[in-house]
Design a protein around this ligand. Structure first.
Ligand code: FE
Length: 154
């Protein structure tokens, strides 16, 4: 009995798996079921939606934008600006560790891909032609985002 008790304590004290690792390791069938075809194409196949077609390119309500894959908060509306490029554009991410960058040499171009740090979903690219204060333009596919309106400070 005492051995069983000790065993139970050891099991309950074992480190739980890191949630972010678990999100990343979801297999493609999980994502196909969870996401719409457009979300899946962008987030899991690194697709790009056609410009001026997404839900948020011309959307300027106050609120937060999160990853459509895992729900991690990525951007706030205060950093969104009208870039005329046809995709939602932000000059900064809302949390430093929310977005990772990767070199993207596809299609004969040198671009910096941005992905969600939690689920590794493809979001879009970041360019150096954004406005002040930092000159960045996070060019993000609407299909990679879900929006949570700020109902308090509307
Ligand atoms: Fe994510």
């Amino acid at each position: 009995m005492k051995k069983l008790f000790i065993l139970l304590i050891l099991i309950s004290c074992a480190p739980s798996k890191d949630k972010s690792t678990m999100e990343t390791k979801k297999d493609e069938s999980f994502w196909k079921e969870k996401l719409s075809p457009a979300q899946y194409h962008v987030l899991r196949e690194k697709g790009t939606e056609r410009p001026f077609t997404g839900l948020f390119f011309n959307h300027f309500e106050k609120g937060d934008y999160a990853c459509a894959g895992c729900g991690q908060k990525l951007f706030t509306s205060t950093a969104k600006f009208e870039s005329s490029c046809g995709w939602p554009s932000f000059y900064e991410k809302s949390i430093p560790n929310a977005i990772e960058e990767r070199m993207d040499r596809s299609y004969g171009m040198n671009r910096t891909e941005v992905i969600c740090s939690k689920c590794e979903g493809h979001l879009g690219h970041v360019f150096n032609d954004g406005p002040k204060p930092n000159g960045l333009r996070y060019c993000i596919n609407s299909a990679a985002l879900i929006f949570f309106p700020d109902t308090i400070n509307k």
